[in-house]
Write a protein that binds this ligand. Structure first.
Ligand SMILES: *Cc1c(COP(=O)(O)O)cnc(C)c1O
Length: 349
């Protein structure tokens, strides 16, 4: 059913990608005078005078070992936000095509659609923050190219029912993008293992959250080889800089440390829930599969401002549909969490 050539933009199908000096000569040589770099070095301790590997081979090799997928099924971007933008640019004809988002969800799907002049069709989640599969099916037409599903979902924190995502994958002839930015905290297993099953699946992950590398801007997309090839064609040639590639590689050797933090974050999340659930102004705390909780309160603006006065910043989500009265709290260190709990206990509405 799925045919990538039916959903690719014609200009991208016919695109000849930029061919860099590093693309044209791939072997080992002793003298490189092909890229107009500074051959003397960099005014830094470390040499950054050479362009980075455009295909981030070492990083992909390590990711491949960790994730259990071949490097040819991995795209590495300047954050997963870059992968989001590239999917629009590769598959959505501006002013013609449309995509489906399921609010409340991550804001960049909408911003990127607007930047690329792509129509956005909003199909809200149900009251319990799950997919309304029938309503999604009704909004799909021949110009619908992408469906964005964030699981665990930001800002609600819950995972999306797997069977519903599989229904979309099996019946939709465009791409289903499953954004797993918070998968490391989830009880659900990743969709990466389903890549062999569904040719129209794209899974996004990132080193920005559990891996603690938000500043480096390294995100990944996992998909079929033909989808990854298209994404590589569209991306800027040197989209992930050398310092980020080297540091990501170093960090990826520390899986144990990251797993330790994940365990601690989950136990801190439980403590946070216990610490605030009985407060008068807390109406509900939604079950979370992520490193944050969405808390429904009687007065999100009042609580947000009170916390700001005490030097604590949370995310006020009260203006987001289906999140009226809610604030999103990231789980911090034990000390930070205690400070937040104590501060909330002294709040008098
Ligand atoms: C934080 C976040 C991202 C952004 O990831 P980067 O790799 O830092 O660009 C993507 N998706 C969701 C749902 C997020 O919450």
């Amino acid at each position: 059913m799925f045919d990538i050539n039916k959903i690719l933009r014609p200009n991208i199908k016919n695109l000849t990608p930029y061919s860099s000096a590093r693309d044209e000569f791939k072997g080992e040589a002793s003298v490189y005078l092909d890229a107009n770099e500074n051959a003397y070095g960099s005014p830094l301790d470390k040499d950054y005078n050479r362009y980075p590997d455009p295909m981030q081979y070492q990083v992909k090799k390590r990711l491949s070992e960790i994730k259990g997928v071949p490097p040819r099924n991995i795209f590495v971007g300047n954050g997963s936000d870059e992968a989001i933008d590239i999917l629009y640019r590769a598959f959505c004809n501006p002013g013609v095509d449309n995509v489906i988002i399921v609010p409340p969800t991550y804001g960049m799907y909408e911003v990127s659609a607007n930047i690329n002049d792509v129509e956005l069709r909003r199909v809200p989640l149900t009251e319990d923050y799950q997919l309304d599969v029938d309503a999604i099916a009704e909004r799909i037409d021949k110009n619908t190219k992408l469906i964005w599903v964030c699981s665990p979902n930001n800002p609600t924190g819950n995972s999306i029912n797997r069977a519903d995502v599989e229904t979309l994958l099996a019946n939709f002839s465009g791409l289903v993008v499953v954004d797993e930015a918070y998968i490391n905290f989830s009880r659900q297993k990743t969709f990466i293992q389903e890549l062999t099953e569904y040719a129209n699946l794209v899974v996004l992950q990132t080193l920005s959250k559990a891996w603690g590398l938000a500043a480096l801007r390294v995100g990944m997309a996992f998909a079929s080889e033909e989808i990854i090839e298209v994404m590589n064609k569209v991306k800027p040639p040197y989209n992930v800089n050398e310092a980020s590639q080297q540091l990501a590689l170093e960090a990826l050797a520390n899986v144990d440390k990251v797993n330790g933090w994940i365990k601690e974050t989950l136990s801190e999340r439980d403590k946070m829930v216990l610490g605030i659930k009985d407060l008068d102004f807390v109406l509900d705390i939604y079950p979370s599969d992520a490193n944050f909780i969405l808390v429904k309160t009687t007065d999100a603006n009042g609580i947000y401002n009170y916390l700001v006065q005490h030097g604590i910043i949370v995310r006020n989500r009260t203006k987001v549909e289906l999140c009226e009265g809610s604030i999103r709290i990231t789980i911090g260190t034990p000390e930070e969490n205690v400070k937040l709990i104590e501060t909330l206990h002294s709040y008098k509405g």
